[in-house]
Design a protein around this ligand. Structure first.
Ligand code: ZN
Length: 140
């Protein structure tokens, strides 16, 4: 799939995230890994060889489903660990990071939603929907 992130919603999220966080990565390659578990060291090395920037267990299938119905989709990902077991110096507990950042994430989300101006949306996400003619299939 290409262009699964709505550029209009992404702009709203980036603008608000820049106000609250020290570093915001605006582009990158995200690998979706099946959970619920952290990736193995071998999987992380494979992803590094594939030039993946971050990996996680979200984005799919919700991004694909949003595209299938022509909905706008964007997301905000918090980097919560540096590849389990790869960096022995990583001392942050994931739950502590989520607890510390939850108020900021909530604020960014609410402000980003408030910043969406339906009159200025130019993305064309609504034209990406997957057309399925169920009636034709059932009549055969
Ligand atoms: Zn859109």
């Amino acid at each position: 799939m290409r262009d699964i992130i709505c550029p209009d919603l992404q702009t709203c999220l980036i603008n608000e995230a820049d106000k609250e966080f020290r570093r915001v990565f605006k582009t990158g390659i995200y690998a979706v890994m099946e959970g619920p578990r952290f990736e193995s060291a071998a999987e992380i090395r494979m992803l590094q060889d594939m030039h993946v920037d971050i990996c996680g267990q979200t984005m799919m299938p919700e991004a694909a489903l949003a595209r299938a119905i022509g909905a706008h989709y964007a997301s905000l990902y918090l980097i919560s660990n540096f590849a389990e077991g790869i960096n022995p110096d990583w001392k942050h507990e994931i739950h502590d990071i989520y607890e510390e950042t939850a108020p900021k994430i909530g604020l960014v989300m609410i402000r980003a939603i408030a910043a969406i101006d339906p009159e200025k949306i130019t993305c064309g996400c609504m034209h990406n929907y997957v057309h399925v003619n169920v009636g034709e299939h059932n009549n055969k």
